[in-house]
Design a protein around this ligand. Structure first.
Ligand code: GUN
Length: 310
C-alpha cells in the first residue's frame, strides 16, 4: 500500500523514474528459467543451491525462504540446512565440507550474520571458490578487484543489473557509496570504478567516520545508500537529477502491519524522490535484485561444470 502511494505521488509530480526491482528481477528470472529448461532438455544437470541457515533470526529466515522459493520458480534444486544457534564451529565446518564434496551441489551460501562465537572469516574461507555464489571468498573478491570473471556479491551485482536494465549512464559519473560492508558497500565501490559498463565512475566510499558526508553526497551523480539507518539520506543531501539506489532493509515496529513490522530503506523516499532522475523503492527495489543475482551466480556455477572438460 505504502509503495503504491509513493508511486502515485511521484508519477504525478516528478520527472523521476522508479527503478522497479519487481520488473527487472522477473526479467532476469524468466531468462534463467528458460536457460535452466534448456539445460534439462539437453540432459545436463539441474543447478542446485544449498543454503545454510543458523538459528532463528527473523530477517535471515525470511531472506533464506525467498532464496529457496526463487530457486523453485526458475527450476533449480535447492537444499536448506538448518542448524541451531548454539552449534559449535566444528559442526558448521563439517556441514560445509560435505557440501563442498557433494558433486550435485553447485552453489553454497551460509546466511550471515553468524552467531558471535563463530568466525565469519573462517567459514567464508572454507566454501570452495567454485561454489562461492555469494562471492565472499577471498579468491572471488581478489578476482573481482582485478576485473577477472568470478562470482560477484549478489547485492552489488543486482544493482549493476538494474543500472544496465534501465540503460543508466555511469561513465565519468561521481558515485558516492555510503557504507563499507564486505557484502555491499566495498564491492559496490570497486565494481562502479571498474573499466566496464556499468562502471567507469569516480567513486567515493563513505562510512561512520566520514566528516563531510552531506557535501560529498551533494556532489554525487549516483548515490548508493547501504548503511542500514532508516530514512538516513534526506532531500537536502541529494543534488537535482541524481540516481539514488537504496540498499536499506531495516525492520521497524509497525502495529498496522500483520507482521508487526514495516521494511524501511536508508532513503527518505517521499522527500528525496522528486529531485532524482531515478530511484529504487523499498520494498520492491534492490532486495528483489539481490535474489535474482544470486540465481545468476548459481546458474553460472552449474554451467561452469557443464562446460568443463568431459
Ligand atoms: N546476509 C545479508 N546479505 C547476505 C547475502 O547476500 N548473503 C549471505 N550469505 N548472507 C547475507
Amino acid at each position: 500500500m505504502v509503495i503504491e502511494v509513493k508511486y502515485l505521488f511521484c508519477s504525478y509530480f516528478c520527472a523521476m523514474q522508479i527503478l522497479d526491482g519487481k520488473i527487472v528481477s522477473q526479467a532476469v528470472k524468466d531468462a534463467i528459467k528458460i536457460k535452466t529448461a534448456a539445460l534439462k532438455n539437453a540432459g545436463k544437470k539441474t543447478p542446485h543451491l544449498a543454503a545454510i541457515l543458523i538459528g532463528n533470526n527473523g530477517a535471515s529466515e525470511t531472506y533464506v525462504a525467498s532464496k529457496v522459493k526463487s530457486c523453485e520458480e526458475v527450476g533449480f534444486k535447492s537444499s536448506l540446512i538448518r542448524l541451531p544457534d548454539n552449534l559449535d564451529e566444528v559442526a558448521l565446518v563439517t556441514a560445509i565440507e560435505q557440501l563442498n564434496s557433494d558433486s550435485d551441489v553447485d552453489g553454497i551460501l551460509v546466511q550471515l550474520p553468524l552467531p558471535k562465537h563463530i568466525s565469519e572469516a573462517t567459514i567464508i574461507n572454507l566454501i570452495h571458490p567454485d561454489k562461492d555464489v555469494d562471492g565472499f571468498h577471498p579468491m572471488s573478491v581478489g578476482k573481482m578487484v582485478q576485473g577477472l570473471p568470478t562470482f560477484i556479491p549478489a547485492t552489488p551485482y543486482g544493482i549493476l543489473l538494474m543500472l544496465q536494465h534501465y540503460n543508466i549512464e555511469t561513465k565519468g559519473k561521481h558515485a558516492v557509496v555510503i557504507g563499507r560492508s564486505n557484502i555491499v558497500g566495498r564491492p559496490m565501490s570497486i565494481l562502479l570504478s571498474r573499466n566496464a559498463y556499468p562502471g567507469n565512475c569516480t567513486v567515493t566510499i563513505c562510512h561512520s567516520h566520514t566528516k563531510n558526508l552531506k557535501e560529498l553526497c551533494l556532489q554525487a551523480d549516483i548515490i548508493v545508500a547501504a548503511l542500514g539507518i532508516p530514512g538516513f539520506l534526506k532531500a537536502d543531501m541529494v543534488k537535482e537529477n541524481a540516481v539514488v539506489i537504496d540498499v536499506g532493509i531495516t525492520r521497524v515496529p509497525d502495529d498496522s502491519k500483520k507482521s508487526g513490522f514495516a521494511i524501511k530503506g536508508d532513503v527518505d523516499f517521499i522527500n528525496v524522490a522528486p529531485n532524482c532522475s531515478y530511484i529504487t523503492p523499498v520494498p520492491g527495489g534492490v532486495g528483489l535484485m539481490t535474489i535474482a543475482a544470486l540465481l545468476m551466480n548459481t546458474y553460472n556455477a552449474c554451467e561452469q561444470k557443464n562446460i568443463g572438460p568431459n
